[in-house]
Ligand binder design. Structure first.
Ligand code: VGL
Ligand code: ZN
Length: 239
């Protein structure tokens, strides 16, 4: 008899834990990861059209392993994906007489002209990490008239779904890394700060187009409130 009541108690306490309101809060309910633009066209590994120095197979493997560790630790993982139509305003080929990496003024904005890259549906527009890692992929730069380095909004002020996705998941803090430090990582981290999120940038998981602008971008992110971590140290990330 005593054994039966013990059994019932064990079962009931199991149920209590199962239905406990605390179970609804996963290990890192308020901190998410935003992995920026890990796409073939930005890598030397895939001989991308806009290959960023240092983005060889070993670096992408490092990104994949870090992202897996974060996923296993319970952080929700979001990705951004540069996703341009062929007639995109940022492609130098759409501005006769202009050369790649030239900067021009368009309606008072500075637009760097890039080699065509991340064209919708092409092999090198694909994200190179295991798609099962991501809770959602936010595409950007789809409007032919506006560039969008930021994962939150384009240069015309049109918002992506990023902010509402993060809100839906109760996120207050984001860990940001990817390509390129001086463009899309910078813009995404600064917009995250501007939208009220705490931001951690993992320097060792970023590569930049140019050293000088990358150093400047990291300084600016820190100055505006981001915490910079040299390498991923999950134990030091407090939620
Ligand atoms: C990026 C230039 C053009 C980036 C995207 O992902 O940093 N850079 N488009
Ligand atoms: Zn782009």
């Amino acid at each position: 008899m005593r054994q039966i009541s013990l059994l019932i108690m064990v079962l009931l306490s199991g149920l209590a834990v199962f239905f406990s309101p605390f179970r609804a809060a996963p290990a890192h309910a308020k901190t998410a990861v935003i992995v920026v633009d890990i796409q073939g066209d930005f890598t030397t590994w895939k001989q991308g059209s806009l290959a960023v120095p240092g983005t060889d197979a070993a670096f992408i493997k490092k990104l994949e392993e870090a992202t897996k560790r974060l996923a296993e630790a319970g952080f929700p993982i979001f990705a951004t994906q540069d996703w341009h139509p062929a007639n995109h305003i940022s492609f130098y080929t759409n501005h006769p007489g202009k050369k790649p990496f030239e900067a021009i003024q368009i309606d008072g904005r500075t637009q760097v002209l890039w080699p065509p890259h991340c064209v919708q549906g092409t092999e090198n527009a694909r994200i190179l990490l295991d798609p099962r890692l991501f809770l959602a992929v936010v595409r950007k730069g789809q409007n032919p008239q506006f560039d969008s380095y930021s994962g939150f909004q384009d240069d015309g002020g049109q918002k992506t779904e990023m902010d509402s996705l993060l809100r839906q998941h109760g996120i207050r803090k984001v860990i940001v890394y990817g390509i390129a430090t001086d463009y899309c990582v910078r813009a995404t981290a600064l917009d995250a700060l501007a939208n009220g999120y705490q931001v951690i940038v993992i320097e060792g998981l970023c590569k930049g187009v140019a050293p000088e602008s990358s150093t400047k971008a990291l300084d600016e992110m820190r100055q505006k409130g981001a915490i910079l971590m040299k390498e991923l140290d999950i134990g030091r990330i407090v939620r």
